[in-house]
Design a protein around this ligand. Structure first.
Ligand code: PMP
Length: 368
């Protein structure tokens, strides 16, 4: 018998889905509409594709371990210093670094019920503890309740804003109050994976707490996570970043693998950043898609949670059955982890969104 730490025995291994092409073969379908992973349905910027192709001749070389050019560009774009940024193999990897650095001594992480599933996973595999703070009945999050829940053991608070899978986001004023009042020895991780989609709707830009834009809010230990996987359309390349004050970044850098972000990802992210038009297009299309989803759900009397992101959580009293029925018509959605009677659907292209509702109707799901 192989011995390994007790706390790892409880961990449920992440179960990857089957490749789309394999599902297509199994189900005998011509076409699959994947609305399962909150990806950008419009692909990525054309200039990214060209740059990646150009770089292909150099993949025998190791990547730049310091991500020099990307760091410079991002530092200018975000108006923060280059040494206030850390890059990860997806922002997931930075959550992992945070767990290893701050939770492995048995410290406690707090997050709301139904938060991004990786927080719990990382708290578990790093040997830390965690507590989940209940949601309000409409799935909103009470940040005062979070403040009241802080204990002596609490080291990290993870807040995905917007939240995956509910799509809920706390507004700027409540977040300002929360940050003001959070104790200095606690690290607040604001996970803004969907920031670009949420930005037009009064959500806080967490980096403002690091830029010290508002003199009424004292300097706190805030780490903001962002990603190139969503609005920038680079999910397959795995690149994201964290922003914090220099001292925190230096600590996280201790556990970063030397070549954690690959060369193609760095090149792609740099080009993607330059093409803000593509991001804007994606966000605008998402807004239209969101309105379409709202109207179509309302027409069918299906309950949904208003979203700040590029996905929507909706009620399905037969969630598992409906999931299967949609799948067999070639429409892949996702169970909303932590919410038993709900599914999560990513907002796709206009055509994909129509396909989703056609499949829903064929599955006979409506509350009328
Ligand atoms: N945070 C949240 C809230 C997410 O939904 C996701 C993606 N599912 C991530 C972080 C991770 O993104 P990535 O690792 O692709 O950067």
């Amino acid at each position: 018998e192989i011995k390994y730490p007790e706390y790892l025995k409880k961990v449920q291994t992440y179960q990857p889905g089957k490749p789309v092409s394999e599902l297509q073969r199994e189900l005998g379908l011509n076409e699959i509409v994947k609305l399962a992973s909150n990806e950008n349905p419009f692909g990525c910027s054309l200039s990214v594709k060209k740059a990646v192709e150009r770089y292909a001749t150099q993949i025998n070389r190791y990547p730049d371990g310091g991500a020099y050019y990307l760091r410079q560009a991002l530092s200018q774009f975000l108006e923060i210093a280059p040494d206030q940024i850390i890059f990860g193999n997806g922002s997931n990897e930075i959550i992992d670094m945070i767990g290893r650095v701050f939770l492995s001594d048995g410290s406690e992480a707090l997050f709301f019920e139904g938060s991004f599933v990786v927080y719990r996973l990382i708290a578990q595999i790093s040997g830390g503890r965690y507590r989940e703070i209940p949601l309000e009945c409409d799935f909103s999050r009470n940040l005062e309740k979070m403040l009241e829940s802080i204990s002596e053991r609490t080291k990290v608070i993870f807040i995905d804003n917007p939240c995956n899978p509910t799509g809920f986001a706390n507004k700027r004023e409540e977040m300002n109050e929360f940050i003001k009042n959070v104790p200095d020895n606690v690290i607040v991780v604001l996970d803004e994976a969907y920031f670009e989609y949420a930005k037009p709707h009064g959500v806080p830009d967490g980096i403002d707490y690091i830029r010290r834009i508002n003199p009424d809010i004292p300097e706190k230990n805030v780490i903001v996570l962002r990603t190139f996987s969503k609005a920038y359309g680079l999910a397959g390349l795995r690149i994201g970043y964290g922003v914090a004050r220099k001292e925190i970044i230096q600590i996280l850098e201790k556990v970063r693998q030397p070549f954690n972000t690959n060369a193609l990802a760095q090149i792609a992210a740099l080009e993607a950043l330059k093409d803000q038009q593509f991001v804007q297009f994606s966000v605008e299309e998402n807004e239209k898609g969101k309105q379409f989803f709202y109207e179509e759900f309302e027409r069918r009397n299906i309950r949904f949670v208003p979203t700040f992101a590029n996905f929507i959580m909706f009620h399905a009293h037969t969630a598992e059955e409906l999931y299967q029925k949609l799948l067999h018509q070639g429409v892949i959605v996702r169970p909303a982890f932590g919410f038993r009677d709900y599914l999560r659907v990513s907002i796709g292209t206009e055509e994909e969104n129509i396909r989703f509702f056609e499949a829903l109707d064929k599955a006979g799901y409506s509350c009328r």
